[in-house]
Design a protein around this ligand. Structure first.
Ligand code: AMP
Ligand code: MG
Length: 309
C-alpha cells in the first residue's frame, strides 16, 4: 500500500499480542495482493486491464461499499478517477500538467455509475480504470480490528500510514489514545485528537504533491474537473467507528470543501462521523462531536477554531 504501517497490540500476555500482530501483518499483505492498483497480479489490475474480472468476496465487498460511498457523496468520491491520477503523474512520479482538452477527455471517463458489479464479477466500460486507493487502508483497518477482537484483544493502535489510524479500545492504562494532527503548512503537530474505539483518516494536499511555476498540484482529484481539488482546504480529518468511512469520507470532504462538507455532515447523521477541517488561511473548523476530544498543540493555541453545529 506504498506506506509504512505500525501495528501495536496489547494482549493478555506477550505471546497473544505477538500472534495477533503476525496475523494482522499477514492480512495486510493478503489484502494488498487483491486490491493494489499497481500490483500487476491484483484483482483490480485484472479488472482494469480486461474491463471485466472475477472478484473474491473481499474485493467485491469493498468495491460494493466504495460504490455506495461514491453515491452518498454525490460523486465527490469517485473510484474511477484513476486515469486522471495517472495523467498528472502521481502513479509514476513523472509529474505533468495536462492541458484543458485532455482534462475534459479525462473527465468524460470519470463516472462510478458505469461500474457494474454483481456477486462475483465486475466490469468497466472501455477507457475507464478504477482504484480503491482512497478507501483500501480504511477497509484494511476495519479487517485488522475485527481479527484482533476475535482474539480478545481489547487494546490496539493500528496505524496504517498516510494518516489512517484505528484505535481499538483505550490504551492499556484506560486513557484514550492521543493522535497528533499534522500541521499541513509545517513540520509538527498542530493539535491532538483523543480516540477510543474509533478510527480516523486524514486527506490533505500536503501528503503527495508537486509544484510547477509556483503552483502546487496534489493527488486528490476533483472528479468534476479531473484536476487537483481546490476547495479552500489544506486537510480534512474524519473520525468514525468505521475505518472505511474515515478513509472514504476524508477524501470526499476534501473535494467538497467546508461548506458542502458541513452540509453533508448535517444530512447524514447515520454515517456517524465527525470532521476537522483545516482551511487555507490556517484556521480550523470542527464538527460539534469533536469539541471535547480535540486540543490545539503548544505553539498553536492562538489558531481560530470554529465549532460547526
Ligand atoms: P486518500 O489519501 O485516502 O485521500 O486517497 C487519495 C488517493 O485516492 C489518491 O492517491 C488517488 O489514487 C485516489 N483519488 C484521488 N482523488 C480521488 C477521488 N476524488 N475519489 C476517489 N479516489 C481518488
Ligand atoms: Mg481516503
Amino acid at each position: 500500500m506504498d506506506t509504512v504501517m505500525t501495528l501495536t497490540y496489547h494482549g493478555q500476555d506477550r505471546e497473544s499480542g505477538r500472534e495477533a500482530l503476525e496475523e494482522g501483518v499477514a492480512e495486510v499483505y493478503e489484502l494488498e495482493d487483491l486490491l493494489s492498483v499497481t500490483a500487476p497480479d491484483s484483482e483490480i489490475s485484472a479488472l482494469n486491464e480486461a474491463g471485466q474480472a472475477y472478484l473474491s468476496p473481499d474485493t467485491a465487498q469493498l468495491l460494493s461499499a466504495a460504490l455506495e460511498l461514491c453515491a452518498l457523496t454525490g460523486g465527490a468520491l469517485d473510484i474511477t478517477a484513476y486515469p486522471a491520477v495517472e495523467a498528472w503523474g502521481f502513479t509514476t512520479g513523472e509529474y505533468r500538467v495536462p492541458n484543458q482538452a485532455e482534462l475534459e477527455e479525462l473527465g468524460d471517463h470519470i463516472d462510478y455509475t458505469r461500474v457494474s458489479l454483481d456477486q462475483e464479477s465486475a466490469s468497466l466500460p472501455d477507457g475507464m480504470k478504477l482504484d480503491l486507493g482512497a478507501v483500501a487502508k480504511g477497509y484494511t483497518a476495519d479487517r485488522l480490528a475485527k481479527l484482533a477482537q476475535e482474539r480478545d484483544i481489547t487494546s490496539a493502535l493500528l496505524d496504517l500510514g498516510q494518516s489512517t489510524i484505528l484505535a481499538l479500545g483505550a490504551k492499556p492504562d484506560g486513557s484514550p489514545w492521543r493522535i497528533g494532527i499534522q500541521d499541513p503548512q509545517g513540520e509538527g503537530y498542530l493539535g491532538v485528537l483523543e480516540l477510543e474505539g474509533q478510527a480516523m483518516g486524514t486527506s490533505g494536499g500536503y501528503q503527495r504533491y508537486f509544484e510547477r511555476d509556483g503552483v502546487r498540484y496534489w493527488h486528490i482529484i476533483d472528479p468534476a474537473t479531473a484536476a487537483p481539488a481546490r476547495s479552500g482546504l489544506l486537510s480534512v480529518t474524519v473520525v468514525s467507528p468505521s475505518g472505511l468511512a474515515c478513509d472514504g469520507l476524508s477524501t470526499a470532504l476534501f473535494v467538497m470543501g467546508l461548506e458542502r462538507g458541513t452540509q453533508f455532515w448535517r444530512d447524514y447523521p447515520e454515517l456517524e462521523f465527525e470532521a476537522l477541517f483545516i482551511l487555507e488561511d490556517g484556521s480550523l473548523a470542527l464538527t460539534s462531536g469533536l469539541k471535547d476530544s480535540f486540543t490545539l498543540a503548544q505553539g498553536y493555541e492562538d489558531r481560530e477554531v470554529e465549532v460547526l453545529s
